[in-house]
Write a protein that binds this ligand. Structure first.
Ligand SMILES: *Cc1c(COP(=O)(O)O)cnc(C)c1O
Length: 381
């Protein structure tokens, strides 16, 4: 590629195996939202999860969060605690169920849910409403493992189920265990820009076979097992198609390469940006954390000469390099302005200083060097 080509944040990248599985689906006329590719993709995902988990392939990560909440019986007026520093899809399904999101801010090490603030929030909600929040949704932001042992300990003590939003954390591990397999439910996303893609899709990690069956029931319009169509519950059309699952099977063959590449890019960013005053690359908080580095991110302390994250973003854009501000915290979003929030200033500070850098399989070593050079050039202009 010529050096003038735009370097993008994270583009889908095929293994070459995908068409084989799609061809099989066409040859056998399984062009429907179920079939051999769906079953095989779920088996692949279950093997990745371990822990005796059962996985249901769905039409999106958002659908997976929604069905986790349906499984947990979240209904009108129920409160669900959600990490504030995240993409809106973490919180929207709470509102689909007529529940109320309660946002909890982040801690500095991982940028994910602050366990201390989580406990404060639980106590305060019980004091204010007389009822416990019905679920907790921590997130693995940009792939970074959350302090999930601490979060689980608190959740278990208060007997509140946990739904891990691992949409960005596919392949990340904590203590060697796959992110998404610690809680009662975990969710995966296979949207076009995530670690692997099915062109659009997701999955729900379930604790047991019965919950998997129930999830498949909800995902296919809650049809009772009778010759005619009998419905006792509200259903959804959320199953993954056999074509998309074929892409997923192909993608699973290069997951390890993708993970290695994202991590390699992180190492390069760290080396190249080391010593640049005011810039820190976001890396694993401790030796137990093993991020997939889905998106590599930096924090930029505003300099005396006026260089801040947005000056860098604009300069990179002018140099044909895509970068993006961090997620804007949910408690600062107009759509969630009435939701209770427990904040400590961390997520708002991150939003005011952070930038996501190009990180996908298409990003080469030369690209990273160009990105780093242009970041450094901001300070010498
Ligand atoms: C992408 C994403 C989702 C939603 O996944 P979709 O497959 O796009 O519906 C949920 N949560 C987070 C944190 C995400 O980044």
């Amino acid at each position: 590629m010529s050096s003038n080509n735009r370097i993008l944040l994270c583009l889908a990248h095929m293994s070459g195996q995908e068409m084989k599985y799609i061809q099989e689906a066409f040859d056998t006329n399984w062009v429907v939202p179920l079939g051999p590719n769906v079953n095989a993709f779920e088996k692949d995902l279950e093997a990745l999860c371990g822990q005796g988990k059962h996985v249901v392939a769905l039409s999106s990560g958002t659908a997976a969060i929604h069905l986790a909440l349906v499984n947990l019986g979240i209904g009108r007026g129920d409160e669900v605690i959600c990490q504030s520093m995240t993409f809106s899809a973490s919180a929207n399904p709470i509102v689909y169920q007529d529940g109320t999101p309660v946002f909890v801010d982040s801690e500095r090490d991982t940028w994910n849910m602050d366990p201390n603030l989580l406990e404060d929030a639980i106590k305060d909600r019980i004091a204010k409403t007389g009822r416990k929040p019905k679920a907790i949704i921590p997130v693995y932001l940009y792939g970074m493992p959350a302090k999930i042992d601490d979060i689980m300990e608190i959740a278990r003590r208060y007997e509140i189920p946990v739904v891990e939003d691992s949409a960005e954390g596919f392949g990340s591990r904590y203590r060697g265990q796959l992110c998404g397999t610690f809680g009662d439910f975990g969710i995966m996303s296979f949207n076009g820009n995530k670690m692997i893609t099915t062109s659009g899709g997701g999955a729900l990690i379930c604790p047991d076979e019965a919950t998997k069956k129930k999830t498949m029931f909800y995902a296919t319009q809650s049809r009772e097992p009778l010759p005619y169509y009998l419905h006792k519950e509200i259903g959804y059309n959320y199953r993954m198609s056999n074509i998309c699952a074929g892409i997923g099977r192909g993608q699973m063959t290069i997951l390890d390469e993708h993970l290695a590449h994202h991590r390699h890019l992180c190492d390069r960013y760290v080396e190249l940006l080391e010593g640049v005053e005011g810039i820190t690359v976001h890396t694993n908080a401790d030796e137990l954390s093993d991020s997939n580095y889905w998106l590599n991110t930096i924090l930029v302390e505003p300099s005396k000469s006026g260089v801040d994250y947005d000056a860098i973003r604009q300069h990179l854009d002018a140099c044909n390099i895509e970068s993006r501000p961090l997620w804007k915290p949910m408690h600062t979003q107009p759509v969630f302005k009435d939701a209770p929030a427990y904040v400590n200033g961390v997520s708002e500070e991150l939003f005011s200083k952070g930038l996501c850098l190009p990180s996908g399989p298409w990003v080469s070593d030369a690209d990273v060097e160009r990105v780093a050079q242009e970041i450094i050039a901001c300070y010498t202009k």
